[in-house]
Design a protein around this ligand. Sequence first.
Ligand SMILES: [Zn+2]
Ligand SMILES: [Zn+2]
Length: 786
Amino acid sequence: MFKKADSAMDFPRMEQEILEAWREEEIFEKSVAQRESGPRFVFYEGPPTANGLPHPGHVLTRAMKDVVLRYKTMNGYHVPRKAGWDTHGLPVELEVEKQLGISGKPEIEKYGVEEFVQKCKESVFKYEGEWRRMSERLGFWIDMDDPYVTFHDSYIESVWWAIKTIWDKGLLYHGHKVVPYCPRCGTALSSHEVAQGYQDVEETSIFVRFRVRGQENVSLLAWTTTPWTLPSNVALAVLADDDYAYVQFNGETLIMAKDLVEPRLEGDYRILRVVHGSELVGMEYEPLYTYAEPEAPAYVVVEGDFVTLSEGTGIVHIAPAFGEDDMRVAQEHDLPVVQLVDAQGRFDERAHGLRGMFVKDADPLIIKDLEARGLLFEEMDYSHSYPFCWRCDTPLLYYARSSWFIRMSDMRDELLANNAKINWYPRHIQDGRFGNFLENVIDWAVSRERYWGTPLPIWVCEECGHEHAVGSVKELKSMAKSLPEHFELHRPYIDQAILACPQCGGDCRRVTEVMDCWFDSGSMPFAQWHYPFENADMFSEAFPADFITEAVDQTRGWFYTLLAISTLLFGRSPFENCVVLGLVLDEAGLKMSKSRGNVVDVWKLFNEHGADAVRWYLYTVNAPWNPTRFYEDGIVEAKRKFMGTLWNVYAFYVLYANIDEFDPSQYNVSYEDRPLIDRWLISRLSGLVGEVTDAMDAYDITQATRRIEEYVDDLSNWYVRRCRRRYWASEMTADKQAAYLTLHESLTAIARLIAPFTPFLAEEIFANLEPALGSVHLQDYPKADA
Ligand SMILES: [Zn+2]
Ligand SMILES: [Zn+2]
């Protein structure tokens, strides 16, 4: 006799019971262990940050990981699943600053770096329990008891080995460059971090008169979107080969690109004469501000190849401290660098009236001041996309800082060649979003002027300036003149390690920077094993990964740093198949955010509808790389349409089989002897297995689930509806036996087929219909007929 199939369909309660059984019988562990001799399928877990709560986007990511890993396991692959945690960097420091009620580096220094770093360490697993609970409830099978953790000394040591290897290749260098800089966090960011934080903003741009020296009432007209950089102006740039006009306009003479006169000037104007840009080069003008006393000749027109005629006036204001092109021009023409802004993005004491102000807040004051002095020509609203700090949402400044860089620009061709070998899902990521990013790759600013991170293992000699990269703890200890009492590969302890200079024997001290935390996570293919210091076999067995999947923002995050680091170290991509997931949005198609109050409560969904319903919805609603609207009604509908239909067929079978005390093991009706409709269903099922297998082998989860859904619909609305009377026959005729057997076989095959997708429902049905075989997750996946 079968267990009665509850018509109430209380899936959440059923799932809770199954979770308990899985735990008790260690089904996950067994499912992995029993395949140990099978071919290896390698999966890398992109490490989340456990100091933040999981959100609906993480439910999608974990559901997609799980379905592939379960599918491969049932197909005979050995699929170990090591969890990982991203524990360093700004995300953690920022949370601790908030928690302590402090903000910015001066306040951290005041609080004490050692205490601060301890707080960071304590906070990194704040929500680990919540992540565990969410993952388990969703049915995501992953080994969370033995995760890799990026702040462990063993992990850091592997990262040090990587840095030293890159150093030995001459690809790591120290440079003074204009870099995107977060004034609140007090550190430079890398281009891939910047790419994650663009927002559309409306700002005031201005046209400014630069009075030509020695010429009455003649001004060079320049345009800027960043008025706060004007006090640091040292030059104006023009295109040497283009025409510039002297224009008579409202009683004054303006100089600007000839082609831009007409679109810019409204009203009567008269072109007095036209000159080549090269004729303007060398022309001197009066500084707008005299805050700084430049060390070299300044306030002069120079040539600049980056000037465009698509916007502005064809004359570009140059502030070398705040722009890459500006810095290059300054170096070419020996212009001074005027830097009136401090590390927190505020004007320093030289800028009288602006002193202490955050630069962006000073814009209106500067505009007012220029207007009062007759130097403002025009104000204009300007909408553009501007980068913000991906962690703290502060507008970034382009800022001359010294920073450590990895010469990724030298690796461009190799990156592109390795990218070409990756199977991207969807395909267009390869040449589109990801390929474009690689085409334009610039050097990776890897150092952060912060506290909680992998310390950059470069020691510099105080005597002779020699720089040495340390690649292991052993090397560090062998070179040490003195070591900190508490030995740990973190600031501030590691900063106390003084090494003997291999050149002159002098004292070497560590540079103060830590590494970009994206370097940590990109190092996981080897650092998770503490390679090369141990586990060389584990590393080689699990490199490269067959499969990774994360959200689309990782094309500039983890996908990039994984590829970058493995290209540098091993000359190849560390992953072969990558499924790129779209954003998870609310019902109206808006991004979910705390401030909007539209974040869906996944626990409510789990508790009221169950994890299978959430999973099935995510798999079927659209291709996973498209944006997914995530809302309760959608999940209810998915549950009704698929799970409800399947459950009704299953309940029908159980009800009549129990009435007839039908035991499938006691009967055998060969296929040839079954009626046509039974043979049709069986052949339909075998076709389905082929379709699902083909789709899943191509990571096409949507196709696979939609085909299953169609089959279940046929099973219910075609087969059972037409065959109902066969089960009502009073005698156990051959026809009735065939009907029971066909339905039984179909339901158990479906249970196996859906096991990767809706693991709970599959388990419930299979356990009841095949009680002798044990968990469905220890079975083989149905094989398509050859
Ligand atoms: Zn920031
Ligand atoms: Zn030395």
